[in-house]
Write a protein that binds this ligand. Structure first.
Ligand code: ZN
Ligand code: MN
Length: 487
């Protein structure tokens, strides 16, 4: 038998607007419960929602980056359901006329293979509130989140492995961060994933079976997404193997939850069909019509996308795939590095400085690399100094650290702190002679040309470096040493 995994993803992305989707309440995080609410988002009768134009713009920006067609005319619909965190008993969403559709996204797997994942649609909607159950003898409802703008992105069922699902999700996170439309902070619940999973099984007689489509609700980490898909792949196969009756015809669709502790999915309920939500057009909001000029403006303002930037770093700057990946993890880092190279820093050296010292410091401080106090111009100059051999790697580390609190050029700092590399052969010669004079056995070893001569040469060079307090240019010192030992 053969079992092909088929997965489509629904992804909810919280947009980084200042205020909610249909009212002026602010979007806070960790604010006191029910402090960012008003009659509109509380769903009081008689209130009138007003669309947040910024949210719509962010949605269009994302849709364009996802190669979607942007609809010139859309409307809003009420999706009816009852839940304690949704006091008005419906969610404003977009049903039959989403703001965008028919896009795609390309992802690269760990083995270098690429996949094109089609995007069915992306639409705007509002979030519900939050129920709190933990540590309480009863449940509480916090409606601060109610009305938060969400972009729901729905892919076609084009993924066929747990890895593809995770990579698509991560690539999407990077994309919305680059676009500046979402913080996409997983800890803050800015991205939630709902994979729809089933298997297409071909048995030994060539008969094809499809297992029920299971939608796993509300996964909020990449790890949970990957694990949940892998678990379902295993579970559905086992279920089917039992009596070949676990099929979509016999069992229908279902919603399942993810138990993060047991690492398994749990049955929740038979899945609703669209008609059960009783969608109907929202009577309190006017439809949205888009003008060409507005759409054009958003198109021209799109930043360079991470995949394009990554490719440019590899092809134009000669970076390794690994470095290019690290440097395009977020836009602040990518822009910072790009600016350093454009300011004249040697690309490979600048990449090393940013990844080894910049990102390390940024991580320690919990900020972006653009906020550690070293400008991209300083990094560019330092990269050039390293490249020219004016300072060596260990001096570069010290200089980089000093630049965090010193705005001057690295040349000045290096000079002042005696960190310039000694490339003057005349000055180095004295040190080399001295080292040769006091290390007779090692010198003999090198001259003999035997097995240990390489190691002995390394030792002598180390001595030269030490005596020069790390300032000797190792290439020049090595040349001098060789010249003196081999005449
Ligand atoms: Zn409100
Ligand atoms: Mn939704």
């Amino acid at each position: 038998m053969e079992a092909k995994l088929v997965v489509g993803l629904e992804i909810h992305v919280q947009l980084a607007t200042r205020t909610k989707m249909f009212c002026g309440c602010k979007l806070g995080f960790n604010d006191p419960p029910n402090s960012n609410v008003c009659p509109v988002c509380l769903g009081m009768p008689g209130v009138l929602p007003v669309m947040n134009k910024k949210a719509y713009e962010y949605a269009v920006r994302t849709a364009l980056a996802l190669n979607c067609e942007v609809a010139r005319f859309t409307k809003w619909d009420r999706k009816g359901y009852y839940y304690p965190d949704l006091p008005k008993n419906y969610q404003i969403s977009q049903y039959d006329l989403p703001m965008s559709s028919n896009g795609f996204m390309e992802i690269e797997l760990e083995d270098g293979a690429t996949r094109k994942i089609r995007i069915l649609r992306a639409h705007l909607e509002e979030d519900a509130g939050k129920n709190q159950h933990e540590g309480l003898p009863h449940s509480r409802v916090d409606l601060n989140r109610t009305g938060t703008p969400l972009l729901e992105i729905v892919t076609e069922p084009d993924m066929s492995s747990p890895e593809e699902c995770r990579i698509l999700a991560m690539e999407l996170q990077k994309l919305v961060q680059f676009l500046g439309v979402s913080e996409a902070n997983m800890q803050k619940g800015h991205m939630r994933f709902e994979p729809n999973i089933n298997l297409h099984i071909t048995d030994d007689e060539g008969q094809v079976y499809k297992t029920p489509i299971c939608e796993i609700k509300n996964l909020n980490s990449f790890r949970a997404l990957e694990r949940a898909v892998a678990y379902e792949q295993w579970r559905q196969r086992e279920e089917w193997k039992r009596d070949h009756n676990y099929t979509i015809e016999k069992c229908g669709k279902q919603n399942r939850g993810w138990d993060d502790v047991k690492e398994e999915t749990v049955f929740q309920r038979e899945k609703e069909e669209a008609h059960e939500y009783r969608y109907f057009p929202e009577p309190d909001l006017v439809p949205v019509e888009i003008e060409d000029a507005w759409l054009e403006r958003i198109k021209t303002e799109l930043p360079e996308l991470p995949q394009v930037m990554r490719k440019r770093f590899i092809e134009k700057y000669g970076l390794s795939e690994y470095d290019a990946n690290v440097l395009t993890t977020d836009r602040a880092t990518a822009d910072y590095f790009d600016a350093a190279v454009k300011a004249g820093g040697a690309a490979k050296r600048a990449a090393n400085l940013v990844t080894q010292y910049g990102l390390k410091t940024a991580n320690e401080k919990g900020c972006g690399v653009d906020q550690i106090g070293v400008s991209s111009g300083q990094t560019a100059r330092l990269a050039r100094l390293v490249d020219e051999g004016t300072v060596n790697a260990s001096a570069a580390a010290s200089i980089f650290e000093m630049m965090m609190t010193d705005n001057r050029n690295p040349e000045v700092i290096a000079q002042e702190s005696n960190l310039m590399q000694q490339s003057d052969a005349g000055a180095l010669e004295g040190i080399v002679d001295e080292v040769i004079a006091v290390n007779g056995p090692a010198v003999q070893e090198v001259k003999s040309g035997g097995k240990k001569s390489k190691k002995a040469r390394g030792f002598l060079l180390g001595q030269v470096m030490q005596k020069s307090k790390g300032q000797a240019n190792p290439r020049i010192a090595g040349d001098l040493l060789d010249k003196k030992l081999h005449g």
